[in-house]
Design a protein around this ligand. Structure first.
Ligand code: SF4
Length: 390
């Protein structure tokens, strides 16, 4: 209360003594069973004549407290509740309001609204894969099932930790130097506040070394040694998206490598570590399925970089540690800017309108460790444990 400099709104409830009449006994406001403990505590300070006002039928008045403070007291006799009850049930409430009419499989109803003013592109990408999982983990904050369920056994090295540590090592790797050691991997994990058992460090080092041995890294390294300013790592960006009735949404992210040559060539390079890539028959299709939102966000951020000196053309490259000589590249030009912006805006709006249902296409790779599995998720275990559908 002491931090409210301009306006503080307090609400409470009490039971009127006769339905339809504003008549309240002193006991109902201050007594132990009046159901109005909040009012009972504050009433002497904020509305000294509360009971008399109610008894005389006043519903809205201003109480003068001393020479500077004023308290407006408003009594709601249930009109707001009636309005909700009479609402057309076929007309879902969307946006940042609680969704009273969720789609089958979504939360019933969500406990609270999603703060829609900020998104990370990776969050948006995860939400596109399964809105319910994203909601459970990000909006509700349910712990990952490996952390939350003691009877489940965590995998030896989680793909997430492997990827986080590999990115940390590649961020600080000096150009032209030897690959990092296992000790450096453990240290990088600690910096990222991840737990990396020393026994698993060689796995991370192998993935990192595969990237460092690639032609792509050789090119970045050569350019970085010749012109350090041309290669930036872990470059942050923020895109402001106009998402209609959801308002303006910041989409934030970080580029693993942002490369800008004097020739005008601009590339964004993203490192990936994924067991699924090793046996993939179609890497471009894998990237399109898993990282299309990320690619759009990267392309738009790169095309809008440089102030007045925007690049005419940019390339977004995904490189898997498991397939280091097969980078997947897609080019974009300034003609794509509006399309990219519109697509991202639509993706955010669609997510916020969706009611956060579970994906219709669950599989083990997506559902592993999901905190909503077997609780909020409508899919049976045989669906969430199956291999990824072709
Ligand atoms: S178990 Fe799978 S389908 Fe179900 S909520 Fe989690 S990620 Fe989505």
């Amino acid at each position: 209360m002491t931090r409210a400099e301009r306006r503080l709104i307090l609400t409470s409830q009490l039971k009127l003594s006769n339905e339809g009449k504003v008549k309240v006994s002193k006991e109902a406001v201050s007594g132990p069973t009046g159901g109005a403990s909040f009012i009972a505590e504050l009433q002497p300070a904020i509305a000294p004549r509360l009971v008399e006002r109610f008894d005389s039928g006043e519903l809205d008045w201003v109480e003068e407290l001393g020479s500077t403070a004023k308290v407006r007291v408003a009594v709601d006799l249930g009109a707001a509740l009636s309005e909700v009850e009479q609402r057309d049930l076929t007309n879902p409430v969307g946006g940042s309001q609680p969704n009273f009419y969720p789609q089958p499989g979504s939360l019933d109803p969500p406990l609270f609204a999603v703060n829609a003013s900020h998104f990370s592109y990776s969050g948006l990408q995860q939400a596109a894969a399964c809105p319910l999982r994203w909601y459970a983990e990000t909006a509700i904050g349910m712990p990952n099932a490996w952390e939350g369920a003691s009877e489940q056994k965590a995998p030896a090295l989680s793909p997430r930790v492997r990827g986080v540590v590999m990115h940390g090592l590649l961020e600080t790797q000096r150009f032209g130097q030897h690959p990092p050691t296992a000790e450096q991997a453990v240290a990088a994990a600690a910096v990222a506040q991840e737990d990396l058992d020393a026994r698993h460090a060689p796995d991370v080092i192998a993935a990192t070394s595969a990237v460092l041995a690639s032609s792509t890294w050789a090119r970045i390294s050569e350019l970085g040694l010749a012109n350090p300013k041309a290669v930036r790592r872990e470059e942050s960006f923020a895109l402001l998206l106009d998402c209609g009735r959801h308002g303006r949404v910041h989409l934030r992210g970080v580029l693993d490598v942002f490369l800008r040559e004097d020739s005008g060539l601009v590339q964004v390079i993203d490192w990936k570590a994924s067991a699924g890539a090793a046996g993939s028959q179609d890497l471009p299709a894998l990237v399109a399925a898993d990282y299309s939102i990320q690619r759009e966000a990267y392309a738009l951020a790169a095309l809008e970089s440089g102030g007045a000196n925007r690049p005419e053309r940019v390339e977004v490259i995904h490189l898997y540690a498991e397939r280091p000589e097969e980078p997947v590249s897609e080019a974009f030009t300034q003609q794509d800017v509006e399309r990219l912006r519109k697509s991202l805006q639509t993706r955010v709006s669609d997510l916020l309108d969706s009611g956060f249902p579970a994906t219709e296409s669950p599989h083990a790779g997506l559902c592993s460790g999901c905190p909503a599995a077997r609780t909020l998720c409508p899919h049976p275990a045989e669906m969430t444990a199956r291999p990824r559908p072709a």
